[in-house]
Design a protein around this ligand. Structure first.
Ligand code: TYD
Ligand code: ZN
Length: 434
């Protein structure tokens, strides 16, 4: 356990632990034998961007930590923050980066081709954000329906001609969709499944919505990669679950569905795309399911020791990253954040970094610009501002786009600028090393 206090010295953030329910029963297997993995103390919400203000006394802080279920090896956050608080107005807009645009096209093409989704077929996306992924399906001519609780984002999607229900997906919503639109050939959930507490309700809802030959495709960060890359910054209150393939298999089996294939992807720091269908459906179980499950076993991920090693590695980064940055600041170097990602906010808050280290944080998202980062209150600036005020070092808080960003910022590097990569071990990228 890493126990350093993360509360800022100035101001008086509100500890609202009582508004975050403690996790007791495992949301996959119902078990209650948890291994403590890491505990970061009270941390503000990773997407809780604030308007610049004189005082941030009301900013809520919730305990943040991760535990691992000893029976199914689900990794879970320790406390559940009310989803109404997290998602009704949401600043995270699906990236229009090259990496994600290409990836979304890949997902649409793969599903349409592999599952022979035709023009009359219905594709439902859970957590559809502004509708970009569904637009890729529309290009293939399918019927589409989005479901997303963020009213601000659902309104954008509807405005772009992607019909979207501003709701949390549930068994009730699934039933209404089926009544109004018929069964779905594909239900898609990209990077939303880890945000859902009532997995039983959602999976049962999906089972009722899927056509007999329907497919539920989910993309989640892969817990094996999280552990190997020491990507502890992907731990924040929105990410309730961190899945292994075997754990997903257990979940779907308990709810009368079958995980029949899984593919590893490089997006978002290492993810998996899992395909699930009715057990009586036409989809044969592919070898990748057993192969990844046995890789997890060989890597020791069903033993306590793997999680103790992870916690130790997290402790090292929490020592080394602030030490490196403090050394640079003491040498008079100017540092800015690159990408006001949610995970970046975990890094800053958990490593005790703030405005005394970073002048600003550059981000391409309109909704984040002119705000300040949660907890640290570092101002968010546009990439244009960053070009006019280049720092000596960018702390790469959106490291999942490292290749694309380093390519895009070649002239910053050529001019002597450097990037600091926080994980798996703090390191520096310069022109020579890029
Ligand atoms: P992302 O890694 O997608 O997700 P999360 O918030 O879940 O950690 O966030 C990346 C952030 O970085 C997002 O706010 C957009 C921003 N960004 C840039 O500012 N410039 C870039 O070139 C890219 C690719 C992203
Ligand atoms: Zn469990």
């Amino acid at each position: 356990m890493t126990g350093r206090s993360v509360l800022p010295e100035k101001g008086a953030p509100m500890d609202v632990s009582d508004r975050a329910r403690k996790v007791v029963a495992c949301r996959v297997c119902g078990g209650g034998d948890w291994q403590d993995v890491v505990s970061f103390g009270p941390v503000p919400l990773a997407n809780g961007f604030l308007d610049p203000a004189g005082s941030y006394d009301d900013e809520p802080y919730y305990p943040l930590g991760v535990i691992s279920c000893r029976s199914c090896r689900l990794m879970s956050v320790t406390r559940i923050v009310d989803p109404e608080v997290l998602y009704r107005t949401y600043p995270y807009v699906t990236s229009d980066s090259e990496t994600i645009t290409r990836h979304m096209r890949y997902v649409a093409e793969t599903c349409v081709r592999r599952f022979a989704i035709g023009e009359d077929d219905l594709v439902v996306e859970i957590g559809s954000n502004t509708g970009t992924q569904l637009l890729a399906f529309r290009e293939a001519g399918t019927r589409t329906l989005g479901v997303d609780p963020a009213r601000n984002l659902a309104a954008v999607a509807n405005g772009n001609g992607v019909p979207t229900l501003p709701e949390f997906f549930s068994a009730g919503v699934a039933e209404t969709i089926r009544e109004e639109h018929g069964p779905a050939r594909l239900v898609l959930g990209r990077h939303v499944f880890a945000h859902i507490d009532d997995l039983a309700g959602v999976v049962d809802g999906v089972r009722g919505l899927l056509a007999p030959d329907g497919v539920f495709a989910i993309e989640v960060p892969y817990a094996l990669e999280l552990l190997e890359r020491v990507a502890f910054d992907t731990i924040y209150h929105e990410h309730l679950s961190y899945f292994l393939v075997r754990t997903l298999g257990t979940l779907f089996e308990r709810h009368g569905l079958r995980l029949f294939d899984v593919e590893r992807l490089s997006v978002h720091g290492g993810s998996i795309l899992a395909f699930v269908g009715h057990p009586q459906g036409p989809w044969q179980v592919r070898p990748a399911v057993a192969e990844l499950s046995s890789l997890e076993e060989r890597t020791g991920l069903f033993e306590d020791s793997a999680y103790r090693v992870f916690a130790k590695n997290v402790g090292h980064i929490r020592e080394e990253l602030p030490a490196l940055i403090q050394r640079l600041v003491a040498d008079g170097k100017r540092i800015a954040g690159y990408g006001a990602s949610a995970k970046g906010n975990t890094i800053l808050n958990v490593c005790g970094l703030g405005p005394e280290h970073l002048d600003y944080c550059s981000d391409t998202t309109d909704l984040k610009q002119d705000k300040v980062l949660p907890g640290t209150h570092v101002p968010v600036r546009t990439p244009e501002y960053a070009r006019v005020h280049p720092p000596d070092y960018f702390l790469l808080l959106a490291w999942n786009y490292a290749d694309e960003i380093i390519r895009k910022e070649a002239s910053f590097l050529r001019a002597g600028g450097r990037f600091i990569l926080p994980i798996p071990k703090p390191s520096i990228v310069s022109d020579g090393s890029a």
